[in-house]
Design a protein around this ligand. Structure first.
Ligand SMILES: *Cc1c(COP(=O)(O)O)cnc(C)c1O
Length: 394
């Protein structure tokens, strides 16, 4: 007790699970002399597409750039509306604005934090050109229902799967059957390449265009030119970008992908243990698997009841004082200064989740003792507040 009160060892919210094997793979890429996009990127793309169950994977520099290219593939432009959740990392909505298109915010359901057919339908207009759904915090969205509804509405559905590698819907990987799914390898996600992203899809012609767009619109990649014994005179077919991933990143990604099953299994085990322990803390509802799928628990969040005696920010402060790095829950993009003046209808569930929820530490190497410490802080807070309430005659 006193040791914990004096100088508790800090528990971070996330630590990527990186080891000697990743360091070696990165070193091998450096020693090979080929460090920019090349053979390791191509290999990572093949392995990733296979893992997700997609025909094609196109590696890029981040999920944000993946989303940008996905929306270019849909040929969206100024005035076009794209239905997105406000409850997401802000990159989701920003990608729509890169094209001059208009993000139209739809609310989410309380249990999953995801768009539903009903919340999308509520904000759909004749100007809607696409739906961008998020698998929030690794909780899969109900894509079977969303894909069917979007087919009825004749709208393309793009999936922001930044957090969702290893999550499943009906036993199949998130991304399988997706028109376009965008992924992130930021260290805050389940597997990492430092920075990095991926697009997965089944359409070969789109894949070809996306490969071109990530590389300045060039019709021949550097790897193709390198492999050719005769000079390849490339041309630039349209305005593209430099959104390439490096071979150093891909080398790390290949090792990380090999560990994915182990990482997801451990995260699910730790999440189940949190949920069991938190039964002793009344008034906190933890995130859980939806009926139609299984999450990877990229984020393990808890939602305090509206009458929970300690406010979210006060809870975060107490946790921080006890050496626990928890985080506020997923943000509401429409409340940020970047969206001031941007039209938004009522988003009560979004605002409730972003105002009240908190994300607890969860990482591959987390120990049960560390988990116990996190839960103990929450338990003491709930109990202490209960005493105050009883004394006050509440
Ligand atoms: C992290 C995240 C992104 C951005 O990913 P980057 O690879 O950092 O660009 C986009 N959308 C969601 C839902 C995310 O969680």
């Amino acid at each position: 007790m006193s040791a914990a009160a004096q100088a508790p060892e800090r528990i971070p919210v996330m630590i990527p699970w990186l080891g000697e094997e990743e360091a070696q793979a990165a070193a091998d890429a450096v020693r090979s002399g080929w460090v920019a996009q090349g053979p390791r990127v191509a290999e990572f793309e093949r392995a990733f597409a296979e893992r997700v169950g997609a025909e094609h994977a196109v590696a890029v520099s981040s999920c944000t750039t993946a989303l940008h290219l996905a929306l270019i593939a849909l040929e969206l432009g100024p005035g076009d509306e794209v239905v997105v959740p406000s409850l997401s990392f802000i990159a989701t909505a920003n990608a729509v604005r890169y094209l001059g298109a208009v993000p139209v915010f739809a609310d989410v359901e309380l249990a999953t934090g995801n768009l539903t057919v009903a919340t999308v339908d509520a904000v759909r207009t004749p100007r809607t050109r696409a739906v961008l759904a998020v698998h929030q915090g690794g909780v899969p969205a109900d894509v079977d229902a969303l894909r069917a509804a979007c087919a009825d509405w004749d709208l393309p559905l793009v999936e922001d799967a930044a957090c969702a590698i290893g999550s499943t819907v009906g036993g199949k990987s998130v991304g399988q059957g997706a028109l376009l799914a965008a992924w992130s390898f930021h260290p805050r996600k389940v597997i990492t390449t430092g920075e990095g992203g991926m697009l997965t899809l089944d359409d070969a012609r789109w894949a070809e265009r996306l490969r071109r767009l990530r590389e300045h619109g060039m019709n021949a990649s550097a790897a193709q030119r390198h492999a050719s014994s005769t000079p390849v005179l490339e041309s630039y077919l349209e305005v593209g970008y430099n959104y390439r991933m490096t071979d150093i990143q891909a080398a790390v990604g290949l090792v990380q992908l090999g560990k994915l099953d182990e990482v997801v299994a451990r995260r699910r085990q730790l999440a189940a243990r949190y949920t069991a322990l938190l039964r002793e803390v009344p008034g906190l509802t933890p995130v859980a698997d939806p009926a139609y799928g299984q999450g990877n628990f990229q984020s393990y969040w808890v939602l305090p009841d509206p009458d929970f005696p300690v406010g979210r920010d006060a809870l975060l402060a107490v946790l921080a004082e006890a050496g626990v790095s928890a985080r506020r829950g997923i943000m509401a993009s429409h409340l940020e200064p970047a969206y001031r003046g941007h039209p938004a209808g009522p988003l009560p569930v979004t605002e409730r989740i972003s105002r009240d929820s908190l994300i607890l530490p969860l990482f591959h190497t987390m120990t049960e003792a560390q988990q116990d410490r996190v839960v103990e802080v929450l338990r003491v807070q709930a109990a202490r507040a209960e005493v105050v309430r009883v004394r006050a005659g509440g």
